[in-house]
Design a protein around this ligand. Structure first.
Ligand code: PMP
Length: 367
């Protein structure tokens, strides 16, 4: 039988596996940091209306520059991010994964490198590989925080073209202090002019503020965002970035023409009309996240501080075995490959209760 490696695939893809969070049919799915609340019915109606309108024009290509959508996203960022952002500062694509891919196609690529501080979002390294960008893992401490001095040394030594700073970080959940981001931006510029991408996919769940104000006077800084988490619209596939207008011009050199379908643009615009309702779910999820942290600690687990809609917990002698035992009790969590740890996304109160029951039993069995 012909397999991938029998094909003339690029050398760096040989023997590799694709990104694969299991999509299993389980009652309680808390493994991909989705928002557990279905979209409210008035929003579903509004999406149907807007998509119906867009459908009449599907014989035409969509607005290639998604101007209306970018204007609304800029308005959202300005209202919530503590920094004025205009349409010229914003770019959108199919999920922040595509935003990141476009950034690496623009600022990475063959002969260039990107650095991220691991454990962090595994797609950064995978998208680097897919775009022919070399990947350099940077250090984190035992407690999953970043030691600024060690991180600055790694940047100075490897002089990456792109630096990823994920805050709040996935899968660990902790946020990075603003001063560390500033210090690493400085270090990256001193090593060579390089792009620093702050991945704020989870920032709406954070105890702290967005780093958007840092864009002022820092043309090589990019903040990436998504509607997959706080907006509860992972199925929509809409990510976006805020940066200097020159960055927005630069990514247009690599984007495919008409990459954002008219249906996607219409749906995202409808969701943005309901921002306040959707962000009310964020408050519920933050409360549930805090409850998970407290209860997991009460059961006796070690928990990493979380500013996201998920919680990293452990320790397990064998995290894969623990993952399976939780799954056997009907709850799907995530084994991100961090030794001794698992990650659980904050679900509805009932889902979180089911999860807590499962890990309480597991604790009894294992102690
Ligand atoms: N960044 C981080 C840190 C993430 O965890 C995720 C999703 N798991 C993404 C980006 C990508 O999200 P999306 O492509 O759905 O916008």
């Amino acid at each position: 039988m012909t397999g991938i490696d029998d094909l003339p695939v690029r050398d760096e893809l040989r023997g590799k596996s694709p990104y694969g969070a299991p999509q299993l049919d389980v009652a309680v799915r808390l493994n991909t940091n989705e928002n557990p609340y279905p979209l409210p019915e008035p929003l579903v109606e509004r999406i149907a209306e807007r998509v119906r309108e867009a459908a009449r024009d599907l014989n035409r290509y969509p607005d290639r520059d998604a101007v209306q959508l970018r204007t609304e996203l800029a308005g959202y960022l300005t209202r919530t991010g503590g920094h004025r952002v205009g349409v010229e500062n914003v770019w959108a694509a199919n999920g922040s994964n595509e935003v990141i891919q476009q950034l690496l196609q623009t600022f990475g690529g063959p002969g260039r490198t990107a650095m991220g501080f691991e454990p962090s979002y595994s797609m950064h390294a995978l998208i680097a590989r897919g775009t022919g960008t070399g990947w350099i893992p940077g250090p984190r401490d035992e407690d999953f925080t970043i030691d600024p001095a060690a991180a600055e040394r790694a940047v100075a030594e490897h002089r990456p073209d792109v630096v990823f700073l994920t805050t709040p970080n996935n899968p660990t959940g902790n946020a990075m202090p603003r001063e560390t981001v500033v210090a690493l931006y400085e270090a990256a510029q001193a090593a060579k002019p390089s792009m620093v991408i702050v991945d704020e996919a989870y920032v709406e769940f954070s105890h702290g503020d967005s780093l958007l104000p840092l864009l002022e006077g820092r043309p090589n800084l990019v903040v990436s965002r998504t509607m997959s988490k706080a907006f509860g619209a992972a199925g929509l596939r809409l990510g976006y970035l805020a940066a200097h207008p020159a960055v927005v011009d630069a990514v247009q050199l690599v984007r495919l023409p008409y990459h954002l379908s008219a249906v996607t643009q219409a749906t995202a615009l409808a969701a943005l009309e309901h921002t306040d309702t959707l962000l009310a779910y964020v408050e519920r999820l933050k409360a549930e996240r805090d409850r998970l942290v407290t209860e997991l600690r009460a059961i006796g687990y070690e928990v990493t501080e979380s500013d996201a809609n998920f919680v990293q917990f452990g320790r397990f002698a064998d995290s894969h075995e623990a993952w399976q035992k939780i799954l056997d009790r009907g709850v799907l969590v995530r084994d991100n490959g961090v030794p001794g740890r698992l990650r659980v996304s904050a679900g509805t109160p009932a889902e979180n209760d089911a999860f807590l029951d499962a890990v309480r039993e597991l604790k009894k069995e294992q102690s």
